[in-house]
Design a binder for this molecule. Structure first.
Ligand SMILES: [Zn+2]
Length: 252
């Protein structure tokens, strides 16, 4: 299977689904980690082109740790919108990558880029099999709508601050050190996250979120997901079956 993660910024996927992506890679599946933006506003020290180039290189390094490829979607920070050209761009990316399973951002989240990414990916999954829907990549339409999953939002809180309840939680204890390593190279992010997000230690913060998600599911370290099962998206629990031995037992 080819599993493609498409979130808004470099490091979103690693924080929210890094352990699960590492598990899937270890099970022999092909993984691509895409961020729509390269994170060009995530610095007070480097200019936008400079920090974007740095973050693209770091994201590719992190992806390589689990044998995955990294792709930048060509968007800019705070400039991800669900509009016609953006939908065609994301659909073109999906047609090029041709995944069976797509993981994306939660539809309700604290940041507009995340919510727009979620909507774009959801609609691109629908558009990708439509042969009359044109994109610039020239890749042919997909055979079917991919299985679509939403990652939990950061801290499992929706845009109103309410706790979200995932369909299932993946036990990532066995790949947690890999998840940490995938984020440990984001050295330049530390200063930015201190200044903009008030985070003293982003690795500890990531561990706290992973622990809290796990605790809600009765395990030590977890990552939560929700499958988009609404007609006509595929309802078969494909990802859950692939990860069946790693799912928490309490049904969350
Ligand atoms: Zn983000």
């Amino acid at each position: 299977m080819h599993i493609v993660s498409i979130h808004a910024h470099p490091d979103d996927a690693e924080i929210l689904a890094g352990g699960t992506l590492a598990l899937l890679s270890a099970l022999g599946h092909k993984i691509t980690i895409a961020s729509l933006s390269a994170g060009d506003c995530g610095s007070t020290v480097h200019g936008p082109e400079e920090i974007a180039a740095i973050r693209i290189a770091e994201a590719a390094e992190s992806a390589a740790l689990i044998g995955a490829e990294y792709r930048w979607g060509g968007f800019r920070d705070m400039a991800i919108f669900s509009d016609d050209p953006s939908r065609r761009a994301v659909t073109g990316l999906l047609r090029e990558l041709r995944p069976e399973i797509v993981l994306t951002a939660a539809p309700s989240d604290y940041l507009s880029d995340h919510e727009a990414a979620s909507q774009l990916v959801r609609d691109a999954c629908f558009a990708a099999p439509m042969p009359n829907y044109s994109t610039s990549t020239g890749s042919p339409a997909l055979a079917a709508i991919p299985h679509l999953y939403f990652m939990d939002p950061i801290d499992q809180r929706d845009r109103n601050g309410n706790l979200t309840i995932p369909d299932f939680t993946v036990n990532v204890a066995s790949t947690f050190e890999t998840k940490r390593a995938m984020l440990a190279n984001r050295r330049r992010q530390r200063l930015w996250l201190q200044q903009q997000h008030g985070m003293d230690d982003y690795l500890q913060q990531m561990e706290d979120w992973t622990c809290a998600c796990g605790a809600r599911a009765g395990i030590e370290l977890g990552e939560g997901f929700r499958q988009y099962r609404i007609h006509p998206y595929p309802r078969e629990p494909l990802l859950q079956q692939m990860l069946s031995t790693f799912l928490s037992k309490n049904g969350r």
